[in-house]
Design a protein around this ligand. Structure first.
Ligand code: FAD
Length: 486
């Protein structure tokens, strides 16, 4: 039977759910607090420069292809993809390593740095591919309802990988600390320290080295535009600039509808929230919330970030599209994010220059730059603190490029912990949701379906399967299936 469904938020998970629900014949209306769709994947345009405000790594192209195929489309019907070569570069204190676009080239790079590491990497990647085939083609499409979802003949023989960690696995394979950090890097996307992330998640290394790093022409926002137009073509209605302030529930515990910030009450059969889970529950009267403040406080959240969007009026030397500055102590920085949350002493950072491969994202002769410094969620930031960190990373960039860059800055926009809270209603200003640790995997994550309110559902990076654009798209499909079957 066709349902009338309200979706709160328009991030990837909500857009995905909206498409699947509309395809199944339901009436769907998306309510988004901000001016445009896309959530954390918003776009900033300024003085001829174009920036992706959040995600910038397009990994797991198969997940995007599968999504569009479910609607009888191909990715190429909506946007063009380019495989990046080098995929990225990692800058260390006295050297740098480029990661190229095929496993064979990367294996050769490893071997040239540490004898024997090429063979070790080949074996590691074989296992990573097997894990990918189990995880991304199968396990992540489970709704996280029961522990039994994780028990299959393939996982049973790999049970040790759930109780060992990525760090332990990597340390067995290579000795060079630079190679170790390159192999540990992909799981940072899952939001926890590699020493707290199960070894099974090595499937992220398959995504990194074997499937490659891609760039949609026009940036990640092209994916948002594609999913928004697909949703519209399927009949989904959009109301942007419409924050929801309440999810209404009747006395029997059944959802009634939503109330907008202008006190408009609209009734719906079903409400799905793709806003941050903690915030979504705050929209309910207290008796209808499933998880207490204590519950959320105990959870491991992915880091927040200090972000900078910068326009340079010159081209930068010795950079590539994606650059990881691992020129400081990773252990110390990780400790300052997770173990003793505080402002980092010497943070690692990430620098992205899309104008290196897509000239349309900056005026001629200019470079657009997006910098990301991971920091602990919940810190109180000010413009002064943000600017202090920018000065520090700019110095490191200047050292790396050999250029005096400060005088070439046309503008700089900051985005910090408090902006995540204000713009996205993010819990503690987290940037990418709740981490995938062993105890926060699958059925142990906050549920897609409310246990207390009938016809209320949740989706997105705080629920199943976890953080990142591909998991958010999958989350939308999972919840749409649950709603359709309810
Ligand atoms: C800086 C950064 C870098 C990242 N890099 C990568 C990357 O390179 N690759 C990758 O795969 N992933 C990356 N991620 C993660 C990825 O962007 C997210 O996992 C994904 O976009 C989350 O989608 P979502 O649908 O769960 O939530 P969101 O995108 O947060 O969407 C939630 C939406 O709900 C809206 N909302 C909130 N409250 C209300 C309300 N009361 N009423 C109405 N609307 C409301 C918000 O405005 C928002 O639009 C990154 C994230 C960040 C922040």
């Amino acid at each position: 039977m066709s349902k009338n469904i309200a979706i709160i938020g328009s991030g990837f998970s909500s857009l995905s759910a909206a498409c699947y629900l509309a395809q199944k014949g339901h009436q769907v209306c998306i309510f988004e607090k901000n001016k445009n769709t896309g959530g954390r994947a918003s776009q900033l345009k300024k003085d001829g420069f174009t920036f992706d405000m959040g995600p910038s790594w397009y990994w797991m192209p198969d997940v995007f292809e599968k999504f569009f195929k479910d609607f009888n489309h191909k990715v190429s019907d909506f946007y063009t993809l380019e495989k990046l070569n080098p995929a990225y570069k990692v800058v260390f204190s006295n050297s740098e390593i480029s990661i190229e676009d095929t496993p064979e080239k990367i294996i050769n790079t490893f071997e040239s740095i540490e004898k024997g590491s090429g063979k070790a990497l080949r074996n590691f990647l074989k296992e990573a591919e097997d894990n990918y085939n189990i995880a991304i083609k199968d396990l992540v499409y489970n709704p996280g309802v029961s522990p039994l979802e994780l028990i299959t003949p393939q996982t049973a023989i790999r049970v040790g990988q759930f109780f060992s960690t990525i760090t332990k696995k990597v340390q067995k394979k290579v000795k060079d600390p630079r190679l170790r950090s390159i192999l540990e890097f992909p799981v940072l996307f899952l939001g926890a320290k590699p020493c707290d992330t199960p070894a099974f998640y090595s499937f992220m290394n398959h995504a990194d080295f074997s499937l490659g790093t891609w760039q949609p022409k026009g940036g990640m926002y092209s994916v948002v535009s594609a999913m928004t137009s697909l949703a519209k073509s399927l009949g989904v209605a959009f109301r942007c600039n419409t924050p929801i302030k309440k999810i209404r529930v009747d006395d029997t515990g059944k959802v009634l509808g939503i109330t907008t910030n202008t006190d408009e009450n609209i009734n719906f059969d079903t409400v799905l929230s793709g806003a941050d889970y903690h915030h979504s529950e705050q929209l309910l009267d207290i008796q209808w919330r499933q998880y207490s403040e204590k519950y959320w406080l105990k959870k491991t959240f992915a880091p927040s970030s200090l972000l900078y969007y910068v326009g340079f009026n010159t081209k930068l030397q010795n950079i590539t599209h994606h650059n990881l500055f691992f020129d400081t102590d990773f252990e110390k920085h990780a400790e300052e994010i997770y173990d003793k949350p505080q402002w980092p002493t010497q943070p690692l950072f990430y620098a992205n220059f899309t104008s290196v491969t897509d000239p349309n994202t900056a005026p001629e002769g200019c470079e657009n730059a997006f910098f990301l410094v991971p920091v602990a969620p919940g810190l109180k930031d000010t413009k002064e603190i943000q600017d202090k960190y920018f000065e520090r990373i700019l110095k490191r960039l200047e050292k790396h490029t050999g250029q005096d860059l400060e005088k070439h800055i046309i503008f700089k926009e900051n985005f910090g912990v408090s902006d995540f809270t204000q713009r996205y209603n993010s819990y503690k200003g987290n940037a990418y949701g709740m981490a995938n640790t062993l105890l926060q995997t699958a059925f142990l994550r906050p549920k897609l379906k409310s246990k207390k309110v009938k016809n209320l559902f949740f989706t997105g990076q705080l629920t199943v399967p976890g953080p990142g654009v591909p998991p958010s798209i999958i989350s939308g499909k999972l919840v749409a299936d649950l709603i359709d079957a309810s």
